[in-house]
Structure formats: structure tokens, C-alpha cells
Design a protein around this ligand. Structure first.
Ligand SMILES: Cc1cc2nc3c(=O)[nH]c(=O)nc-3n(C[C@H](O)[C@H](O)[C@H](O)COP(=O)(O)O)c2cc1C
Length: 396
């Protein structure tokens, strides 16, 4: 069902209620949506992005419901197929339409969708495209996810289409973020989206949050999840996430085969809490990596806890470390603890090599042979004290 955002601006996307995994990587506890929009000017009609190809039927039904007979422009804000994948079908149905995007996005769409070069109309940063009584304006937003991403602004209505930026994976029949049912979910799922997708680009995002402050949109319409009316609340949350500030919190992602490392984790957890630090131990065998990523957004420290396995760290620890290395959180301190049978140093080296892009201060690891004994607990107590003091120092 098409949904009205403002006069002449409609949501025409699709809701994927039971999708559980995105990019074969990211879990979707709330499903997701692919938000396409139409902007009906007095002279021209623009479609803003499309939907995942398996949902194209819903997009076409929504266009029919609005009795759209002609599409002049298909604006592509981002080349990824969950937004662009139905462009070839739209072009087939509306052959007179031009795909409007920047040069980089055009080149990517040609590669990803095998579109012909003459299907495109290129725009530059700040260029305007008149639709009659409405005008589109384009802002390039390179690396606000991919290198070709851009935003589309409807000047007269103060609506900003930001594609993945400020989006959230939520399937809901409610269009806006303003219902009580949506509010709680929106904050959480927008943070999850930031953690899993946007965190590596936090320095680029800072610049584009400033652009949003300048534009002062009434409505932000991203390409996943709900349409945002409470712009200040959501950009305020994003500003905190991309800032250099951290919470006095330690995440302990851990694996333990025979409980030795787990005893270390339990002891460290209680020591750190006694020192007034928030602690989140995550058993990686049972945890949703998205929840861990959400805490990576603002935790001051990460202590990775692993037994030595096959002359390295446990594979689940390496999976996590690899993701953390790619997500590049603002974590200030990092360390490793764990139990070994005959050589624990190889485990530490394995983790450190995997985390080479994380720019945090390394705290001396604590390695224990077999089960922790009283002298080992003393080492962990000292480790907890050192870490807590460092965190408190930067929190004041
Ligand atoms: C499959 C397997 C492989 C292991 N490989 C190593 C190894 O390469 N080097 C080592 O020092 N210990 C190795 N160990 C011994 C464990 O590191 C040791 O038992 C440790 O205390 C286990 O910690 P946990 O109780 O937290 O699982 C291995 C143990 C298992 C079960």
C-alpha cells in the first residue's frame, strides 16, 4: 500500500516482514523494509530508489495504486542492489525514464546491473533538477556507506532522502517514527544499523550531520525502516555515536571450551563492576554479534577472552576480531586474557594480528595455564584495577 508523506510525496516501497539475515551477515531481529518513494511534481515524476528484486511486485502495485502512468526520473542514491536491483524492471516498464545519479554511482550500476550507459542522466554535487512545482537537489555523500552514495533533497517540502544513512532494519506497518510502538524500536534498531553498517565511516558521517543541521529537514526519509519526523532526536543520537566520547563500559567477548577462561571472565566481570565500570560479557557461541557491535559503538574498552586452540585463538574469537577490525570502533583500550595448555602467547599474537586496524592502547594481557589459581586471580584483580583507573581517567 502506497503511503503519503506529504502532498505529492509517497512511500512506495516494500516490507520484508520475515527476513532474518542481511548481506548473509547481519541478523534482522525486526525484519526490514526497502523504502522507495515517488515525488510528483506538476510537470515531472521522480522515483527515488527502488526495492530488492524479489519485492518488485509490491513496488509496481504501489505505483499502480497511485495511477503513475509515467516516470521521468529514477533517482539512484546508492548502487547496492537492495535499492537499485529493481531499476532494470522499472526501466522496462517506463522506458522513457532516465536514471539520475552521480558518475561514480552510474559506473557502479553499469557493473552491478549491466545497464546501458545511455540509460543515465548525470548530476553533480549541488545540482538541481526541476519537476515543476517541486525541485530535487543532490548532495554527494561519499563513504556514508559506499563511495558513490548521495542524498536527494526536495527543496520546497524540506524532505531529505538519505538512503542507508539514518536508516534502520525494521518491518512495520507504521510509516513514521512518531508512534509509541515505533519509538522504542527505532532508537535501538537505528543504533544496530549504525553499529553494523555505518561505524567504519564515522568521520565521513560527522560532515554529513553538519549538512543536515544546515538544511534543517522537516522529514528524513531513509531507505530502510521508518520515516523520521523527530529529526533532532535521531541526528542527536548519531552525533553521540560518531563523537570521540565513550561510556565507562568494558565489553568482554569470550569463548571457553572447558570453563577455565570462563572463570577468568566471571572474576574480571565482578572486579570491574565493583570498580564502578559497566561490564558486558558476551559468550560468542550464544550471542548475536549485532548486540556486541551495538556496545562497540561507545564502550571504552574491549577485553577479548579466548583459550588457545590449534596454536591460535578460538575460531569464533577470530571471527569477532575480524569484524571488530573492520568496524573500527572508537574503543580506547584493548586487551586479551585467556587460558592455555602449553603456549598461550600464540593466541595473543593471533588476536593482535587480526585487530591491526584498531587504534587503541593495548593493556598487558593476562594468560593462565589451565584453571585460574589464587595467584592468577590476583593478576586479574590488578588487571581490572589498571583498566578501571584508565577508564575513569578519560571519563572525568
Ligand atoms: C581442540 C583443542 C586444541 C587445543 N590446542 C592448544 C594449543 O594449540 N596450544 C595450547 O597451549 N593449548 C591448547 N589446548 C588446550 C587449551 O588451551 C587448554 O585446555 C585451556 O585451559 C582451555 O581453556 P578453556 O577451559 O577456557 O576452554 C587445546 C585444547 C583443545 C580442546
Amino acid at each position: 500500500m502506497a503511503k503519503k508523506i506529504k502532498d505529492g510525496i509517497y512511500w512506495v516501497g516494500a516490507i520484508d516482514w520475515d527476513r532474518v539475515l542481511f548481506d548473509e551477515l547481519v541478523t534482522l531481529p525486526e525484519g526490514t523494509s526497502y523504502n522507495a518513494y515517488v515525488v510528483l511534481g506538476s510537470e515531472k515524476t521522480a522515483l527515488i530508489d527502488t526495492v530488492e528484486p524479489h519485492k518488485k511486485g509490491e513496488l509496481f502495485r504501489n505505483l499502480e495504486e497511485l495511477e503513475i502512468k509515467k516516470i521521468d526520473y529514477i533517482v539512484s542514491n546508492h548502487a547496492e542492489q537492495d535499492h537499485s536491483g529493481t531499476i532494470p524492471d522499472v526501466l522496462e516498464k517506463f522506458p522513457e525514464a532516465k536514471v539520475v545519479t552521480n558518475k561514480k554511482c552510474r559506473d557502479m550500476l553499469i557493473d552491478l546491473l549491466d545497464l546501458p550507459e545511455d540509460a543515465f542522466q548525470l548530476i553533480e554535487e549541488g545540482e538541481e533538477l526541476p519537476l515543476g512545482d517541486k525541485t530535487l537537489k543532490f548532495f554527494l555523500a561519499p563513504w556514508v556507506h559506499w563511495p558513490e552514495t548521495m542524498f536527494t533533497w526536495v527543496k520546497e517540502d524540506r524532505v531529505l532522502f538519505t538512503c542507508d544513512f539514518l536508516g534502520s532494519h525494521i518491518a512495520t506497518s507504521e510509516l513514521f517514527d512518531t508512534t509509541d510502538e515505533n519509538r522504542a524500536k527505532v532508537y535501538l534498531e537505528t543504533k544496530r544499523y549504525y553499529a553494523e553498517i555505518m561505524m567504519p565511516f564515522r568521520n565521513f558521517i560527522k560532515k554529513h550531520l553538519k549538512l543536515i543541521d544546515e538544511l534543517k529537514p522537516e522529514i528524513i526519509a531513509p531507505s530502510h525502516g521508518v520515516v523520521i519526523k523527530d529529526v533532532e532526536f535521531m541526528t542527536g543520537a548519531y552525533k553521540r555515536w560518531v563523537s570521540d566520547e565513550v561510556k565507562p563500559m568494558v565489553i568482554i567477548p569470550f569463548v571457553s571450551m572447558h570453563e577455565s577462561t570462563r572463570h577468568m571472565v566471571d572474576f574480571l566481570t565482578s572486579e570491574l563492576s565493583e570498580n564502578g565500570i559497566i561490564v558486558r560479557p558476551y559468550n560468542l557461541i550464544k550471542s548475536d554479534i549485532g548486540n556486541v557491535a551495538m556496545d562497540l559503538v561507545d564502550a571504552a574498552a574491549v577485553v577479548i577472552a579466548s583459550p588457545t586452540v590449534l596454536a591460535g585463538a578460538h575460531p569464533s574469537i577470530i571471527y569477532f576480531s575480524y569484524l571488530m577490525n573492520g568496524l573500527r570502533p572508537k574503543t580506547k583500550f584493548i586487551s586479551v586474557i585467556g587460558s592455555y595448555g602449553w603456549n598461550g602467547k600464540v593466541m595473543v599474537k593471533h588476536v593482535q594480528e587480526t585487530l591491526k586496524n584498531v587504534k587503541a592502547e593495548w593493556i598487558e594481557p593476562v594468560l593462565i595455564k589451565g584453571l585460574p589459581k589464587e595467584s592468577d586471580y590476583q593478576k586479574l584483580r590488578e588487571f581490572a584495577k589498571e583498566l578501571s583507573d584508565k577508564i575513569k581517567e578519560i571519563s572525568n
